[in-house]
Design a protein. Sequence first.
Length: 78
Amino acid sequence: MQELLERITFDKDVLCGKPVIRGLRISVEQILELLAKGATWEEILEDYPELEPDDLRAALLYAHHLVAGENILDRVPG
């Protein structure tokens, strides 16, 4: 798992320090948005040939770690 997370990099000079894949200008956010909109892995990998399947796994794992560490507060119905 740690090996996958090492694919996520941060550099203040690349997309203002957002988490990106292997220093590329492709953010974790961008990958998650594509997946949320229904893009398949095959479509993403075709549109971004510099990506590898493990890059997509890394983006999902990174998002999982963020959500897993989230503090849950009582929610008041709005």
